[in-house]
Write a protein that binds this ligand. Structure first.
Ligand code: PLP
Length: 382
């Protein structure tokens, strides 16, 4: 018997409280009972994002909220800058193009973040930009993009929205849109919020709200105006993902109980343990600006990463691989959501054993030791 341990950057493992909530008999959504839970969940989401503004939930995967960000706040022909540094940057570009936006596609080598001078130059040449679209954490390359600089730039323009995909950053970092200056922030359920897929979440600023009346793009299901009217009263325009919302309420309670400072710190330690252990084993990290949600790492040259992943599965560890040109070259190890320190020791140990088995003669325990030392240092500081 081998246990299945999930270390993929979405979906991530579910906490027992969430599994219990999901296992309950369904309740009807047009009831005071559901309204009460819905409003409590909404309030907890506002606490997570440190805002009193509208935070909407859609029954969709994260991409649904990305689509909602385009169709509710932009017009056909609007010029937008896409910070395209991976698979999900491409998604912003493709969504923008699908709905007739005039997309400036700033392509960045995978594993790198944007260049400030380049962004400044694009903005200088295009003062009529209506939006800057970016991933906070680009999951395909495990890269973090700084938002503060982009917020500053966006704010300096006459009517530009900073649109942030926080699908693998909300719940890993404190992402407070009003403090940072984010106009639209989206996230999804199957990442650091520790739920199955099927719920997406959207925050929008006052500046973005001013655009709602003017936006002429087609929308029906993903109408922010229709949902906002309903959701502020504890209902949804269409049938909500009832059990997922009930479970989200539970996972948000866990997150708020841990405290957002502690949550951010835990993720930083988990990431540090993983990254430093991989380096200690002589492996190269993919990202020059690594995010605390997942770690992308190259396997040694003579070891195909997808074969490596299959070997890892034999001892019960499932990690993700690379996409497009990184296929067969990297593995991605998640550490967002329901993970604690010893989980990382487990996955690092599995990586060592598998490397050894596949002919890369690592010193067994070297990466684990490094991770233990980092953990110990942090525990002693606390
Ligand atoms: C950064 C980022 N954006 C967007 C998505 C797409 O989300 P979904 O698959 O839930 O539609 C993902 C999913 O992995 C992601 O990691």
């Amino acid at each position: 018997m081998i246990k299945e341990r999930l270390f993929t950057p979405g979906p991530v493992p579910l906490p027992p409280q969430v599994i219990k909530a999901l296992g309950q008999q369904i309740i009807h959504h047009r009831t005071p009972e559901f309204t009460q839970i819905f409003l409590q969940t909404r309030e907890n989401l506002q606490k997570l994002l440190n805002t009193n503004r509208d935070v909407l939930m859609f029954a969709s995967s994260g991409t649904g909220a990305m689509e909602a960000s385009i169709v509710n706040f932009f017009n056909e022909g609007d010029k937008v800058l896409v910070i395209n540094a991976g698979k999900f940057g491409e998604r912003w570009r493709d969504l923008g193009k699908t709905f007739g936006l005039n997309v400036i596609d700033y392509q960045i080598e995978w594993g790198k973040t944007y260049d400030r001078e380049k962004v400044s130059q694009i903005v200088k040449e295009n003062p009529d930009l209506k939006g800057i679209l970016v991933q906070h954490s680009e999951t395909s390359t495990t890269t973090l993009h700084d938002l503060n600089f982009l917020a500053q730039i966006s704010n300096s323009l006459e009517d530009c929205l900073l649109v942030v995909d926080g699908i693998t950053s909300v719940g890993v970092y404190k992402v407070f849109p009003e403090e940072i200056g984010i106009d639209i922030l989206v996230t999804g359920s199957q990442k650091a919020l520790m739920l199955p897929p099927g719920l997406s979440i959207l925050y929008y600023s006052q500046k973005a709200e001013n655009r709602l009346e003017r936006s002429n793009l087609p929308k029906y299901y993903f109408s922010v105006k229709a949902e906002s009217k309903k959701q502020s009263k504890g209902q949804t325009a269409y049938t909500p993902a009832i059990n997922l919302i009930i479970a989200l309420n539970e996972s948000l309670k866990m997150i708020l109980e841990e405290g957002l400072d502690n949550l951010e710190k835990r993720h930083s330690i988990l990431a540090d343990m993983t990254r430093e252990a991989m380096k200690e084993l002589g492996l190269k990290l993919l990202s020059e600006s690594p995010a605390n949600s997942a770690t992308g790492v190259f396997t040694p040259e003579n070891i195909d990463a997808d074969k490596f992943r299959k070997e890892l599965q034999k001892i019960g560890v499932r990690v993700a691989g690379g996409q497009d040109h990184l296929k067969g070259k990297i593995i991605r190890i998640a550490h967002m959501g329901y993970f604690d320190y010893l989980d990382m020791i487990e996955v690092i140990s599995a990586v060592e054993i598998t490397l050894y088995k596949m002919g890369y003669k690592v010193e067994l325990g070297k990466g684990v030791k490094k991770a233990q030392e980092i953990l110990l240092n942090n525990l002693q500081e606390q």
